[in-house]
Every structure is written in structure tokens, then in C-alpha cells.
Design a protein around this ligand. Structure first.
Ligand SMILES: [Zn+2]
Length: 361
């Protein structure tokens, strides 16, 4: 082992002269310069004509983020009694939070499914879903490009776009007071009627400990626990189940990856070329056009030329085509993605690229 370097001090520690003359003086003259917040900004080549956010919106947003942080702290510190009522709840804080967010995503999905055209006329106080669901909705909007495209492309989300202004406009009006107080009876009633679920997420978690999934091959309905002692529940790291239908053969263990493979295969096998849901995720929104359906169609048709994704000649049914894609790709989401990328410029690249794919390609 090397010896430590030689150290020589010219002054013994503690012997340096030291004098203290109090804190530095602050000037008492010169008031701070006046400041007027700019009302317009340059963004790229454009100049805005008004502030993009108001101070009231910032205040409402901070109140919302504070409410999310408080919710996280509550989940981190659940009392023993609550934990007893929720079997198999993770003790590790991050895993417990992942479980809670997983439940919130399911609650958000059920709520989205309940939305109807007239809902856009509701008020925030009567309509906004519980805080955990607001958190998922807020996180979804943090990627505004995907959010906007999904609201156009996915039928179930069509009405979500229409009610989004209720949430966003509450930021500058009464969101803070809504979050601080008890939910109004109209808001409670709206949530419970739409979803059949308890407003409080932990109460809902106690009541609903099972979830429905479908076999990715034969669509047979299956019921799985969210959590179990083996760690194979739907919201656990090693989730797995199997199809209970005896005639359903050669389907691998059902995992989140296999369910994901089914979802992509289903998207690929939609054949209504004149409908917006024909397009694949991320294929119709460009910086120049918020819904370039023609572009989506060209991309999808190009992707489907890949041999492992092609429609079987023997069938017209989209279910058969979906199963064919999964089987040809061994039920692996990675294989399906690779097959899709093989037909795309730069092996997939970003579909949001500045230079749009030619419609004549
Ligand atoms: Zn099955």
C-alpha cells in the first residue's frame, strides 16, 4: 500500500489570525428595481400575444401537486388496521405506491369508459373524479402530443377530450377549494353511478380485490386477484395466469407482456381503413397536422407488409388475424415491435419526425 503524501503546513492549525466584525451590511437605500412581467414571448419564429399561463393557474397547479404529494405520504404511512384489511399489500414504499397507482389506472379507465357527450356541460365541483384518478389523468396530459392523438384515435377516449376543459379551467378557479374540502354529494354520486366503485381508493381496494382479464388467444373471461401471497397477482411483479378453457391450446402463460402483445396485435389487425382507429399509436399527429389520417394509413399499410404481420389469406375475421400475429411472433411483444420496425424508415425511428413519410410511399 502506498504511503500517504507528505503534508507540510506553513501555519499551525488554529493559529491563523481571525477577527469578526459582524454580518455584512445590507444597503438600506435603493429599492428593488420595479419589474413588470412580460406579456408576450418569442417561441421559435412566433411571438405569443398573451401569457400562456396565469398566476391563478400556477397557484391551482401547485395546490394539485401538493395534494398528490400528500396522497403519496398517506399511502406511505398506512396504519396497521388499514394494512390488515388489504392482504398482501407491499411493505416496501415504492412497491406499495406502484400498487396504488396501478389501481388508480384501472379506476381511471373505468371512469373514461363511462363518459358521455353531455358530460362536457358539468361543473368541476360536481364532476371531477377522486384525487387518485385526477393524478392518472394529470400524468397522461404531461405528454400532450400522445394525449391529444389518443383522444382522437381511441374511441373510448373521445369524450375525455370534451371534458378536459373542466379539469384545466378549474386550475384557475376552484380546484384548490375542491381539493381541500369534502367532495360534494353531486360529485360523489357522479363517480359512484358511473363506475360502481367507492370514491375513496382504499375503500375501493378493499371491496374489489379481483380483476377481469381475457385470454389473449380465445378471449375467454378470466378473473385474477390484484395481489396474492405468491406474488403473481395482476399488480405484482410476477403476474401470471392461464386460460381455463380446456379447448384453448398452445397459449403461453398469460403475463403483462403477453397481454401487451395481444393489444398491439389487435391494433394491427383493425381493418377499417376509413376509420381513425385504423391508425397505429403515434402515427397521425405531426407538428403540421394534429390528425393526419392519410399518413396513419400509409404507415400502417407499410408495416403490414412484413410477413409476420400479414393478414392470413384464409380469413377475414380480425380475431383470427390477431391470433395469427401473436402466434407468428411467439406471443412476444418485442418480436412484434421488431417486425413493425423492419418496415419503417430508420427501423422505426420517431413517427413524429419533421420530415413526414410520403403519402405516395
Ligand atoms: Zn384461451
Amino acid at each position: 500500500m502506498d504511503a500517504p503524501p507528505t503534508y507540510t503546513s506553513t501555519t499551525s492549525p488554529g493559529t491563523q489570525a481571525f477577527s469578526y466584525s459582524g454580518p455584512p451590511g445590507y444597503p438600506t437605500h435603493d429599492p428593488p428595481p420595479s419589474y413588470a412581467f412580460p406579456q408576450t414571448f418569442n417561441i421559435g419564429k412566433n411571438r405569443t400575444n398573451a401569457p400562456l399561463v396565469s398566476s391563478a393557474q400556477v397557484k391551482g397547479h401547485l395546490a394539485l401537486l401538493h395534494a398528490f404529494a400528500k396522497l403519496r405520504a398517506e399511502i406511505d404511512t398506512l396504519d396497521d388496521n388499514t394494512q390488515r384489511l388489504l392482504p398482501f399489500i407491499p411493505t416496501d414504499k415504492d412497491r406499495r405506491w406502484a400498487w396504488f397507482v396501478g389501481l388508480a389506472v384501472d379506476r381511471f379507465s373505468v371512469w373514461c369508459d363511462s363518459l358521455r357527450p353531455g358530460d362536457s356541460l358539468s361543473t368541476a365541483d360536481d364532476f371531477l373524479p377522486p384525487l387518485d384518478v385526477l393524478m392518472v389523468w394529470h400524468a397522461y396530459m404531461l405528454n400532450p402530443g400522445w394525449y391529444a392523438e389518443d383522444c382522437i384515435r381511441i374511441p373510448i377516449l373521445r369524450f375525455l377530450a370534451q371534458v378536459t376543459p373542466i379539469f384545466s379551467s378549474s386550475l384557475s378557479s376552484n380546484l384548490e377549494s375542491i381539493l381541500a374540502g369534502e367532495p360534494s354529494s353531486a360529485r360523489l354520486n357522479s363517480w359512484q353511478t358511473r363506475t360502481g366503485k367507492a370514491f375513496q381508493p382504499l375503500e375501493d381496494a378493499q371491496r374489489h380485490q379481483l380483476r377481469d382479464v381475457r385470454c389473449p388467444k380465445c378471449c375467454y373471461p378470466l378473473t385474477v386477484p390484484y395481489m396474492n401471497a405468491e406474488g403473481t397477482g395482476y399488480l405484482q411483479q410476477d403476474f401470471q395466469t392461464q386460460c381455463m378453457r380446456s379447448s384453448c391450446k398452445n397459449v403461453p402463460k398469460i403475463t403483462k407482456f403477453v397481454l401487451g402483445a395481444r393489444k398491439i396485435a389487435e391494433d394491427l389487425a383493425r381493418s377499417e381503413t376509413d376509420q381513425v382507429w385504423f391508425a397505429l399509436a403515434g402515427s397521425i399527429r405531426t407538428p403540421q397536422n394534429s390528425a393526419d389520417l392519410e399518413r396513419g394509413k400509409v404507415i400502417k399499410q407499410r408495416v403490414l407488409q412484413q410477413i409476420r404481420l400479414k393478414k392470413p389469406e384464409s380469413t377475414e375475421a380480425s380475431q383470427d388475424w390477431t391470433v395469427s400475429i401473436m402466434e407468428k411472433n411467439l406471443y412476444k411483444i418485442r418480436h412484434i415491435r421488431d417486425a413493425m420496425a423492419a418496415r419503417m424508415p430508420a427501423e422505426g425511428g420517431t413517427l413524429y419526425a419533421q420530415s413526414p413519410i410520403s403519402h405516395r410511399a
